[in-house]
Design a protein around this ligand. Structure first.
Ligand SMILES: Nc1nc2c(ncn2[C@@H]2O[C@H](COP(=O)(O)OP(=O)(O)OP(=O)(O)O)[C@@H](O)[C@H]2O)c(=O)[nH]1
Length: 548
């Protein structure tokens, strides 16, 4: 196997061809296949010359390519193969390899004899070390496939999480979830465009055709949405008003930048990259600072935010330092999608918990809001809401529901005679008695004062039997409370639901029936029959209610 030696030459600028002799600034050995030689280029504007030699001849027809990577910002390189015409090699990203989107693939001439010399001329200025290695076309293609699979897997995970967040948004209609779903989508598309594999995904190939415009637009949009998300998620308006202002200013700056790009297109490319990165460099410390401050001030979810973002910031900083040639961590760039997936997973988990808590609070509020504190039964509002939703579903008219309104007779006297606490106990026991007569799926609610209402699914004739059984369960057996034996009777008005009838109309008919029952006397059941006068069922048992 060949081993490649590269020497960086110190030359004058503006040489037309390879220098005949020049001092060697640096010498690296790519060694055996798969080993990478790093050449750190001196920081100056002009051209660099590299002298390349192999230690073993490349046989005719042998599949060996020289790969140059890492020199972002350099233009095309000129390759001077031994004993052949020089040729200009463009960056492989332009219609070539995706893996090497910042590199060049030079096919070495067949029959390059050992120790014969090739030259490379690299123009421009770069802060990054140039990486050289020998590889076969098969190895390069394999690397590309692995890279594409990795990038598409990361993209798929981000999109699935975005869909989940969108689902939570639809349930709660909170900008918090929508901004995160948007961020995940924009960040996922940006990462895929950056990896050069967007063409693999249906619908994204068009965006990839916009080149840098599409890519930068997605990056700027992702940062803007992340700012909205941070502002809501860390409760900045409440906990950190000044931080909230800073985040909002940065959001509008990103939006303005995005608008410039969308209207300016390629005309603004010259400065967009610089301004975009400068804005990003301002944004990252602000986000970190507000997260730490919000965490100190007790923002519920700030720890998740820090947990998710810290590894991503660390890997991003490493990747940037690698690009600047400050550290040798080529893996940092490859680890970026993984760190982004971890960040998204941590925050998606936090948001799911946020949504679940919110749901629990809403259910709890509903439960306590809709209940009468004394008896624990539904209150009047909850009952009306329930009937209203049945009405809207059409089930109130489709099936026959009986609504009973009950009023304890002379309850005021019980309060006066035994005290309000005993009155309360009577109300609690009254509920138990009513419930004992009903079926499990009948609904019972406490009405204001000393009243109850029952909704039961039964035909009218069965309903009045039920009403009578309820009245009898009071009249035939006194209540025993604190050693007192208290006779209590009820008056009941009832009506059956009619097709198309509104809830207030149904309740008004029941109330009217109750009034006629009370008008007749105590311990009476009165039924409202549509189109007829209220019918009285059963006889008044005045004596039962007054026999204390
Ligand atoms: N102990 C107790 N009393 C209550 C409560 N809510 C209302 N009351 C009392 O219930 C009584 C309701 O009286 P009314 O329904 O107007 O009349 P009544 O005394 O039952 O007489 P009739 O219904 O005409 O037979 C009032 O004395 C209220 O003070 C409560 O939560 N606990």
């Amino acid at each position: 196997a060949q081993s490649l030696q590269a020497e960086l030459l110190l030359t004058q600028d503006d040489l037309d061809g390879p220098p005949a002799s020049a001092p060697v600034l640096a010498r690296v050995d790519a060694g055996a296949r798969g080993r990478v030689a790093r050449v750190v280029l001196p920081q100056r504007v002009g051209s660099y010359w590299l002298r390349l030699t192999t230690d073993a001849a490349i046989a005719p027809g042998e599949d060996t390519l020289l790969v140059l990577e890492g020199a972002q910002g350099l233009g095309p390189v000129t390759f001077y193969p031994p004993a052949a015409e020089p040729r200009v090699v463009r960056e492989s990203g332009q219609g070539g390899s995706q893996l090497l989107r910042r590199g060049w693939v030079l096919s070495l001439p067949s029959g390059w004899p050992a120790a014969s010399v090739a030259y490379l001329r690299v123009n421009g200025m770069t802060t990054q070390p140039l990486r050289l290695r020998l590889a076969s076309a098969g190895e390069i293609a394999h690397g590309q496939r692995t890279h594409a699979r990795y990038a598409i897997a990361a993209f798929t995970v981000l999109m699935l999480m975005a869909v989940a967040m969108l689902g939570i948004y639809v349930a709660f209609r909170d900008l918090l979830y929508l901004s995160y779903a948007g961020y995940l989508t924009a960040a996922g598309i940006h990462a895929l465009l950056l990896s050069g594999d967007a063409g693999e995904i249906w619908g994204l190939a068009n965006l990839a055709a916009y080149g840098a415009t599409g890519n930068w637009a997605m990056a700027t949009l992702a940062v803007a949405l992340q700012l909205v998300f941070t502002w809501r998620f860390l409760e900045l308006d409440r906990l950190l008003p000044r931080g909230a202002i800073a985040v909002k200013v940065l959001f509008w700056a990103h939006l303005a930048l995005l608008a410039t790009l969308l209207f300016g297109g390629a005309r603004v490319h010259g400065w967009y990259y610089l301004v975009g990165n400068a804005l990003l460099i301002c944004t990252v410390p602000v986000l970190l600072a507000v997260a730490v401050l919000a965490w100190q001030r007790g923002a519920t979810y700030a720890s998740y935010y820090l947990l998710g973002w810290t590894p991503l910031f660390a890997v991003a900083a490493l990747a940037a330092s690698n690009q600047l040639g400050l550290v040798n961590a080529p893996w940092a760039e490859r680890a970026l999608p993984l760190a982004a997936v971890i960040e998204s997973a941590v925050l998606a988990l936090a948001l799911s918990q946020h949504a679940a808590n919110r749901h629990r609070i809403a259910v709890l509020a509903q439960q306590t809001l809709g209940r009468d504190p004394l008896t624990g039964a539904l209150n009047r509002e909850a009952l009306e809401q329930m009937l209203e939703s049945w009405h809207q579903l059409g089930s109130l008219g489709a099936r026959s529901y009986g609504v009973l309104q009950l009023d304890l007779d002379r309850f005021g006297e019980i309060n006066e005679r035994y005290g309000r606490a005993v009155g309360d106990a009577v109300l609690q026991q009254a509920l138990v008695r009513i419930r004992a007569v009903l079926r499990p799926d009948d609904t019972i609610a406490r009405m204001p004062g000393d009243g109850f209402a029952v909704v039961t699914n039964c035909p009218p004739e069965d309903c009045h039997h039920l009403a009578r059984r309820v009245a009898d369960s009071f009249a035939l057996r006194p209540f025993r409370i604190d050693g007192h034996e208290i006779a209590v009777s009820v008056s009941i008005g009832m009506a059956s639901s009619q097709r198309g009838e509104s809830v207030p109309a149904l309740l008004a008919r029941t109330a009217q029936a109750l009034r006629s029952a009370r008008g007749v006397g105590r311990n009476t059941v009165s039924m409202d029959l549509p189109g007829r006068e209220s019918a009285l069922i059963g006889e008044a048992r005045e004596s039962a209610s007054s026999a204390f």
